[in-house]
Design a protein around this ligand. Structure first.
Ligand SMILES: Cc1ncc(COP(=O)(O)O)c(C=O)c1O
Length: 361
């Protein structure tokens, strides 16, 4: 079976080999070397601002988001920009840690969020924090984080970005765009195993955390992550196999080059979009906001097409939330999915031949 799902994505052999290394103490020089290598490389992939730190949290992207929210959002006015399932989850996390101070601006699923669409709410509400998802995995929409960040800055707000399904697969420049905090996870474009979430925090955002009266979490308190980061360790037992897998995955990414990796995702995205259009569907994402890592389209034959593709050894993803039975998503996340995109597009062309689909039902 070839997988074209939005993570965990297939990983290369060197990543699998890395995961087989013996388990050692996470307070040992060997682990510290792996930690340092991973965090230094991650900060480069985030294009982190000077003196920012990227914390590795054992868990998934959701936990990374929760860590960011639990530390940054309490005692603030927060505005969440929502245009899909993952934006909604970020909003719900903010509501848990700051029920009174959190507002949301909902924008229709499929439409992108940009400076123009976010400006009015930011100007009127004057939030301390703006939270948004860069790549809305549920609908294949990439939001214009750069544009929104510039409006946020002009209005004195900081910005938290969920880059779970974008980091390493599309342009993201935390320093250049003025992003104060950014999250991601190991199992998507970085093509490492699942098990680590990342939270990049600027030094100014960390100062804000340090000045808060109370951080309402113990295990996700980023002040403890910072303290241990400074000795190249995590505060609690990390997933060692994931760290080793990540180290090798990042090594491959650096050998290939970040720009080349982004180009690989763009090329695969173009193939997926062309195949979707050639088979008579419409990209769900608005023109200008179409994702480099996910292509989504609506169909009333979602189940039949997915089954027919599976019979051909191709696994794509269905819809999520309100789009569950009505949408199909082709993921082109990570080098393996991107490099084998032709298998997926050719199979889609075959199954959309009317007789094929009828036989598969
Ligand atoms: C944009 C985005 N945010 C958050 C998450 C949650 O990540 P996880 O499933 O690793 O908890 C996902 C997962 O697909 C995602 O795509």
């Amino acid at each position: 079976m070839k997988w074209f799902v939005p993570g965990p994505v297939p990983v290369n052999d060197s990543v699998l080999e890395g995961m087989q290394k013996p388990m050692i103490s996470h307070r040992s020089p060997d682990f510290r070397a792996t930690f340092l290598d991973c965090t230094q490389k991650l900060e480069q992939v985030f294009k982190a601002p000077d003196a920012a730190q990227a914390y590795c949290i054992t868990g998934s992207g959701t936990l990374a988001n929760e860590a960011a929210v639990a530390n940054l959002v309490p005692e603030t006015k927060t505005l969440c920009l929502v245009n899909g399932e993952f934006g909604e989850r970020l909003y719900q996390a903010c509501r848990i840690y700051n029920p009174e101070g959190t507002q949301a601006l909902h924008i229709q699923d499929g439409k992108g969020i940009n400076a123009e669409r976010a400006a009015k709410a930011i100007e009127e509400q004057k939030p301390d924090w703006v939270c948004m998802v860069q790549n809305e995995t549920a609908t294949g929409v990439t939001n214009d984080v750069k544009g929104v960040a510039s409006v946020a800055k002009k209005n004195g707000a900081r910005i938290l970005v969920d880059a779970v399904s974008s980091l390493g697969g599309m342009e993201l420049d935390c320093k250049g765009w003025g992003i104060d905090a950014c999250t991601s996870a190991s199992q998507k474009s970085l093509a490492a195993p699942p098990g680590l979430g990342f939270v990049m925090v600027s030094s100014e955002a960390m100062q804000e955390i340090e000045s808060k009266k109370r951080i309402p979490t113990y295990g996700l308190d980023l002040k403890r992550y910072k303290k241990f980061y400074e000795r190249n360790e995590t505060p609690y037992t990390p997933s060692l196999p994931t760290f080793y897998g990540l180290q090798n995955a990042l090594q491959e990414l650096f050998e290939e080059g970040l720009d080349a990796r982004i180009q690989l995702h763009e090329d695969a995205a173009r193939m997926a979009r062309e195949a979707v259009e050639a088979t008579g569907f419409e990209n769900f994402a608005e023109q200008g906001f179409q994702s480099a890592t996910i292509t989504a389209f609506l169909t009333d034959q979602a189940k039949e097409i997915k089954n027919a593709l599976a019979k051909q050894g191709i696994q794509i993803a269905g819809g999520q939330g309100v789009w569950k039975e009505k949408m199909l998503r082709i993921a082109h996340i990570g080098p393996q999915e991107c490099r084998s995109m032709a298998h997926c597009t050719e199979a889609l062309m075959r199954v959309m031949h009317p007789t094929e689909l009828v036989t598969a039902q």
